[in-house]
Design a binder for this molecule. Sequence first.
Ligand SMILES: Cc1cc2nc3c(=O)[nH]c(=O)nc-3n(C[C@H](O)[C@H](O)[C@H](O)COP(=O)(O)O)c2cc1C
Length: 363
Amino acid sequence: MSDPSIRQRKLDHVALAMSDAAVSTRDPGWSDVTLVPVTLPETNPDDVDLAATFLDFDLQAPVFIAGMTGGHPDVEKINAALATAAQTHGAAMGVGSQRAALVDPDLVPSYAIVRRHAPDAFICGNIGISQVLEGETGTDVMRRLIDMIEADAMAVHINVLQELVQPEGDIKPGGAYDALGELVAKSPVPIIVKETGCGFDRVTANRLLETGIAAIDVGGMGGTSFTLIEGIRAATADDQRGARLAQTFSTWGIPTACSVLEVRETGLPIIATGGISDGLQAAKALSLGAHLVGIGRKILAAAVDGPEAAVEELGLIIEEIKISLALSDCRNLEEFAARQPVLSGQVALWQARDKNLNKGGAD
Ligand SMILES: Cc1cc2nc3c(=O)[nH]c(=O)nc-3n(C[C@H](O)[C@H](O)[C@H](O)COP(=O)(O)O)c2cc1C
């Protein structure tokens, strides 16, 4: 059954995400992370090998094109462009929530196109925690979602604040850990849990670890803000409550850099997403312990212009990561992981909290 409101929301999200008004006014933390330069390095950027392994899958670079779209015929081209970039550079890629295609099978091609353009890439499906809680992710549905894109993993997105703000939001908190545990047990592919702009705290990350999930995408604050996007949609629809809530909670969340510090003690593979728009910021996220960096808005903006622009943008980001490692005199991610960045400001405060809690302080 077709639901025009879901299709429209998918288009609204892409259009609004392009506006500066959709970007958090808070800093994701990169200005508080300094990579220590090796003044006279002996490593050439061309000799830096960014090969990474994520959930037993070999990537040429530790970059994940964040799950963003699908769900409207008009976004099919964008997904094709993003997939071309992932395939060209050996990066991973996610699609946006596939719920739209469950409700309206005519929308399947807007997701399926990704696998056609990225036959060898790590591709991740996407569904919301609300669907998991509503029992809408039974074995058959999971099979459909996975087969739609031949997914290597499935992401479950958490967006409690967005659901509370949006007029059509539906969130019934409670029972999520049990539901996720059941999903993990029956899913034929690994389950990644991701936030979409508020980040993960340490307590949640540790509880998620017990459910058997395979990785966490921190989806921290400081980049695309769905609270702000829903606020704009609410204001346009004359929904004063939604607009007011979005304004009040627009800075709610944990900055991406700080969220990486919060979740790294789980030992789970971490994807750092939220407010990464160049390769130096990406390298800073890696230096904090992220295994991959997720990039949304920046590469989406390029993909809107077509596959060449998306390939070029992702290539530039990867080149910047290589230069960051070369300037640190590191030839690969393993060597780079052994380096300690200098932390200041809010990131240093979150690290101090981390250390205090590890000494037995109460959370
Ligand atoms: C237009 C758009 C649509 C998105 N849709 C989804 C979605 O359906 N599911 C999801 O998990 N995340 C979604 N996201 C969130 C991204 O995966 C990512 O977490 C977020 O954009 C933060 O990264 P950025 O600051 O680099 O944009 C979307 C982001 C954008 C920009």
